[in-house]
Design a protein around this ligand. Structure first.
Ligand SMILES: C[S@@+](CC[C@H](N)C(=O)[O-])C[C@H]1O[C@@H](n2cnc3c(N)ncnc32)[C@H](O)[C@@H]1O
Length: 425
């Protein structure tokens, strides 16, 4: 296939079957445990699993995020394995894929609540904390969170520590000074801050219901023991066995928009995942902080985009070049992992940066082609407005809120690229 024919595959109308605008919930089962920016809507993954895999197949996600692909794989009786570079993503996913006997969790929650009464506001429960914790939290909230963290870690009755740590992680934003409506690290001096004890009880109660729903569904279909693994690893070098996946279902990070390392810094500081934020950010793909100056590109369309950006902003050109270079390494790794005849489904949106169109979807298709994978189908889908923040700030180029005066619509639609590894290598 010629490259120009390949690019024509993107010149299509929206397929309404993939919009899921009428879907009632994206938070069912354990999907709703924890907020996570740009997570999949589970309905897309479900439809891809049903279309491209059969029971017993193995599905991989190399950008597992909060584990949507893994949860759906388990629900469908498909084995699965995921990696993510973000330890917060690993914790959330590990918790979401572990269906626990509901009675166990209920009694452990009771044991935990008993210890709430022993909290003494005159006692200091945290001495040697990361200095950024003081920046984000009021003293009273900080002390209560420190107490809750300690009783989760030290209570010997708790066998399901991940479950309670995941719950605590999800309330940190509400209990901090972080502007509630923003993913950007920004203080809201007027924020009504939640009480950590109340917030945790509410959060755990929600999660208990979701765990029960997930557990019962898996049990009813005999899928409780379907293998499902999450690991902390780099998508460019996953350690997943070669030729082992029947399907890869994934959505890469967008280019310089969500800074996952920064977004998850509250959990990162409390759980000792972060000592030094710049160092922690280093291996995240798509970051604004890349400082790359090498703009040589081997993929034709990537080269055009980077060349168009160069006279406008050397920094942006370097970031985009770095992103595409990293993504080429990921696509090569995906090819290695796939079985012959295995399929990869990549969900990706295009965007603009400094008024230059960044056609990531088309660039990925060229990369798949260059890696010897055959692009079978391209689906264009509308993103229901309520599900994903689709607004960029015109000045900073970062995602922003609907109310911002510099807002500019991005990602109103996205593509699902389906490509197959040939039978013969
Ligand atoms: C768009 S999100 C994936 C969301 C996921 N589909 C879900 O439903 O939660 C992209 C993910 O890529 C991860 N990531 C960024 N750089 C990475 C790298 N080098 N290796 C693996 N994961 C990486 C981020 O931590 C983030 O979780």
């Amino acid at each position: 296939m010629r490259q120009s024919t390949l690019l024509k595959k993107f010149d299509i109308t929206i397929n309404e079957d993939w919009s899921f605008a009428e879907s009632r919930s994206v938070e069912h089962f354990t999907h709703g445990y924890h907020r996570y920016p740009a997570k999949f809507i589970p309905q897309i993954v479900k439809k891809l699993i049903e279309k491209y895999t059969v029971k017993g197949d193995k599905i991989v996600d190399v950008f597992a995020g909060c584990g949507t692909t893994l949860v759906e794989s388990k629900l469908h009786g498909r084995r699965s394995e995921g990696v993510d570079i973000n330890p917060v993503a690993e914790l959330i996913t590990r918790t979401k894929i572990a269906a626990i006997e509901p009675e166990i969790l209920i009694s452990e929650f009771e044991a935990l609540k008993h210890q709430f009464d022993s909290y003494d506001s005159n006692q200091i429960y945290i001495a040697d904390n990361h200095p950024r914790i003081d920046y984000w939290f009021e003293q009273s909230q900080k002390n209560k969170i420190a107490y809750l963290y300690q009783i989760i870690l030290n209570n010997e009755c708790l066998t399901q520590k991940d479950f309670f740590l995941c719950a605590l992680s999800n309330i940190l934003k509400n209990c901090s000074k972080w502007l509630q409506t923003s993913t950007k690290p920004q203080i809201d001096p007027k924020k009504p801050i939640r009480d950590p004890f109340d917030a945790l009880v509410f959060q755990i109660s929600r999660m208990l219901k979701k765990n029960e729903e997930f557990f019962n569904e898996l049990k009813a279909h005999n899928n409780l023991n379907t293998p499902c693994i999450i690991k902390l690893a780099d998508a460019r070098k996953t350690g997943i066995r070669a030729n082992s996946a029947d399907a890869i279902i994934t959505s890469p990070p967008y280019v310089t928009s969500y800074e996952y390392a920064d977004i998850h810094q509250l959990t990162g500081y409390w759980y000792d995942y972060i000592q030094d934020l710049p160092e922690f950010r280093r291996n995240f793909i798509g970051t604004f902080y890349s400082n790359n100056k090498d703009v040589e590109m081997e993929i034709p369309l990537a080269k055009e985009i980077v060349q168009a950006l160069l006279p406008i902003s050397k920094k942006s050109a370097g970031e985009v070049a770095n992103y595409f270079r990293d993504m080429l390494a990921v696509i090569s790794e995906m090819r290695r992992i796939l079985k012959p005849n295995g399929v990869v489904c990549i969900v990706v949106g295009n965007t603009t940066m400094k008024n230059v169109k960044i056609q990531s979807a088309e660039v990925f298709a060229q990369m798949l082609y260059i890696q010897g994978l055959h692009v079978e189908e391209v689906i264009k889908r509308k993103i229901p407005f309520k599900l994903i923040p689709t607004i960029r700030d015109e000045k900073t180029g970062k995602f922003t809120t609907l109310t911002s005066e510099n807002k500019k619509l991005v990602y109103p639609e996205e593509f699902i690229i389906i490509a197959r590894k040939p039978l013969l290598n």
